[in-house]
Design a binder for this molecule. Sequence first.
Ligand SMILES: [Zn+2]
Length: 441
Amino acid sequence: MSCSNSIKSLLDIQDPNVIFDEDCVEEGTYKGKRCKYISGKLTYTPTHCVKCGIKNTDFTVYKNGTQLSRITLPITGINPTYLLLQKQRFMCQACQSSYTAKTPIVQRNCFISQNVKAQVILKSAEAQSLTSIARDCSVSPATVQRQINQAAKQFIPHYKALPKHLSFDEFKYAKGEMAFEYINAESGDILDILDRRDNLTIKNHFIVNYSLTDRQHVETVTIDMNAGYVSVIKELFPRAKIIIDRFHLVQLINRSMNKCRIQVMNQLRMSNGDDMKKYRRLKRYWKLLLKKRSYLSSVEYKYYPLFGQRTGQSIVDEMLNYDPVLKANYELYQKLMESMANKDFEALSSCLTNAVPSAISNYMRTSLKTLRKHLPYIENSFIYPYNNGRIEGNNNKIKVLNRVAYGYRNFQNYRKRILLHFKLKPSVKQQEQGQSHFDAA
Ligand SMILES: [Zn+2]
């Protein structure tokens, strides 16, 4: 390979009209920083005049001087790299106009190479701050944001149609502020992000962007129990079934069981040796109390510190005997867990509607109340296969992005960044799904 071709291959320049001489690389400074300058020439014989369109025969269009541009390239090595490109100027005898030679390396009137722009976009999809992307690509943070805005255009929702199954959630963005996010529950595609999550904002968004007919097509909306979206969903999507995310149900009763254990534990007197022993055991084996009973062995003996050689079930039984409240809670907890695992709605509702044992903790009582209130939506979660797993996964990614790419005061810029982040790096599952909402738009 010739020297010129080697340099082109190194810089990823495919334009055949660009040539490099030997000794074209020079060290220098730009804006006080060390950098590398690579000098090249761009020239060719045009087939016709770009201004009037006349065919170039017998030097109708002739070469007339050059123009030097400094083009930012992706960094080669550790310092910024600039291409000093001598661009050919052309003069047309027919129309008396002059113009500069073109190259796919840069867009017209632009000094940042297309490769740098592509690099900016790729890095924006990663969890990296604007300033660090700007530094890595030797451009300004404003340029980075401009590129993100450009690239995000194709991902900005067009609100053409709503999928049949939606999933709602919220996430924190700036200090304490909550944003609202809704996705396609089947594909996991982010449909849009709103800067607020109050009912009015949500209502306005859906009413302005989607017609009633469109909203009537929505069959299910999955939400978590804590969010107060029920009334707004009923209004916006008259035919949709509300599904309470099952993970949150399990989490709720899990927590109340655990809180009950801590309450019982803290009532034990530290001065009493026997109580102290119970305290230590309850503290150490909290996980066994939360486990489904069927997962605990009644035959396999293992060594448990604080207990000795025992089976899992016998340890749990002994701990339950420390306190009647703990025992009553445990029994109810197990029944609830079992009914949810088996998707047995009748068992669940009888747990909730039957007389609650009086020995139960206040935490469990509150949880039961919450469950009772959402009972019809819980039933839907047993019928439909949708859950908030996808959207929760998204939120975790957003949290990572927040941590490193912090400092978005402008919500719209932040929204574009998130859209880019998810659309450019779709999960394997999403790729399998093929056509997304955005492709269709
Ligand atoms: Zn011309």
